[in-house]
Design a protein around this ligand. Structure first.
Ligand code: AMP
Ligand code: GLY
Length: 421
């Protein structure tokens, strides 16, 4: 079958490679894709939020299955739109996507269903902020209610900062919403737990930990993610049981009761505090770069899995995983997450030889006049599988050495928590 893949990041390149491994796949069309997907699929450079145009291309290329990578088209209702037009599509509908698209929606659902999460208040004005400030201790976390491309969360160590950040959001800093969620700060270790869900049930889809801060030892501003590893050792069987019973099941049941059962990948962002999981956030898609460490470990045919979700047959399929560990290190343009240059030449990639357990997933890249150029903040992901995180990291760092891209930077300490233990 012909598959349409929406998105252009490292996540989508990893998905594209995995979809190609399936015997069921004839051709993949990426909207818009990147230089990595261009080598193995057809890229069509269009605005993915222009649903009518997208539909025309989907029909033109006789696409039988659409896979949506990023959150924005999901939150804006692409799944509902395609289903109405009789196109098979993998991902949650607009209502269920509010789990990620509105932090207020997610927190209210937690409150109504006793799901462990940070204490919070949804605020629409200064008065609401003061009400929460009166009864809370610092630090506090200010979150834009709507999508904010990873820039909507600020951890505040003073009341002044809380007021300043809230005011900016009330005034419309983010187009998606003028509301904020103000919440207490949870101290602990973060981990991500993934599920694949259909209307009847769900299956485990991996664990990972990423490194959001730009600097080594997790300092500096937040980024989309500088690297990740899977599995996440902190999520043991006991904690997993608590995640399922206290967080996942109540959430999925609540959505069913609202007549909008969840379907797709559910990314459960957690803070583990004294062996207790707290929900920090839901994402309604794979993580980026978490996807680049989870999919290399997947043994089962991804297309079969996705089709089984669409048919609500997930219980009939067994999802198998490799025992090996996987890590990814992200190469970024110098200056990211602040200002950086685009269109910078990346010379050496084609001369790097990869073994069967190593992968380079492109993110912000493009080809122009046969040259590979940078086209974003996060540019390339080097992933590799192996027996120990220590060995895998060593192998990746050697590969990055060969790339020798002077206009980029990366963190050498991905996995420091588990490697130094
Ligand atoms: P989010 O966009 O909700 O994932 O938040 C981005 C990052 O902010 C998370 O990955 C955490 O590192 C941090 N964060 C968010 N909420 C909290 C919280 N209540 N307590 C501590 N850290 C938080
Ligand atoms: N790596 C974090 C995310 O995909 O949201």
């Amino acid at each position: 079958m012909n598959i349409g893949l929406i998105g252009s990041g490292g996540r989508e390149h990893a998905i594209c490679e995995k979809l190609l491994e399936s015997k069921l796949t004839s051709k993949i069309i990426c909207f818009p894709g990147n230089a990595g997907t261009a080598k193995i699929a057809k890229n069509v450079d269009i605005d993915i939020l222009n649903f009518n145009l997208l539909l025309r291309y989907i029909n033109f290329y006789r696409i039988n299955l659409v896979v949506v990578g990023p959150e924005e088209p999901l939150v804006k209702g692409l799944v509902d739109f395609l289903m109405k037009n009789k196109i098979k599509v993998f991902g949650p509908n607009k209502f269920a996507s509010k789990l990620e698209g509105s932090k207020g929606f997610m927190k209210k659902l937690c409150e109504e269903n006793n799901i462990p999460t940070a204490k919070f208040k949804i605020c629409q004005n200064k008065k609401h902020v003061f009400q929460f400030l009166e009864k809370s201790n610092l630090p506090l976390v200010v979150k834009a209610d709507g999508l904010a491309a990873g820039k909507g969360v600020t951890i505040c160590n003073s009341k002044k900062k809380v007021l300043q950040i809230s005011e900016e959001i009330f005034k419309g800093k983010f187009k998606s919403s003028k509301k904020i969620v103000l919440e207490e700060f949870l101290k602990g270790e973060e981990a991500s737990y993934f599920l694949i869900v259909d209307e009847k049930g769900f299956k485990f889809f991996g664990t990972a930990q990423d490194h959001k801060r730009v600097g080594e030892k997790d300092i500096g501003p937040n980024t989309g993610g500088m690297g990740a590893y899977s599995p996440a050792p902190i999520i043991n069987k006991k904690i997993e049981k608590k995640i399922i019973n206290k967080i996942v099941k109540p959430t999925l049941n609540a959505l069913k009761k609202k007549n909008n059962p969840y379907k797709g990948i559910l990314y459960v962002g957690l803070m583990i505090k004294q062996n207790e999981p707290y929900l920090i956030e839901y994402n309604v898609r794979m993580g980026d770069p978490e996807c680049q460490v989870i999919l290399p470990r997947l043994k089962t045919d991804l297309v079969k899995i996705l089709l089984s979700v669409i048919k609500n047959n997930l219980n009939k399929i067994q999802i198998k995983w490799k025992k090996e560990k996987c890590m990814t290190i992200v190469i970024c343009s110098k200056g990211y997450p602040g200002n950086y240059k685009r269109n910078v030449l990346i010379k050496n990639l084609s001369s790097i030889r990869l073994d069967k357990k190593s992968f380079v997933y492109h993110a912000g890249t493009k080809i122009e006049n046969n040259l590979l150029l940078s086209n974003g903040g996060r540019v390339l992901n080097f992933s590799s599988l192996g027996k120990s995180f220590f060995d895998v990291r060593k192998k990746i760092l050697k590969l990055i050495d060969k790339l020798n891209w002077k206009r980029g930077f990366f963190r050498k300490d991905i996995g420091w928590r588990i490697i130094s233990k």
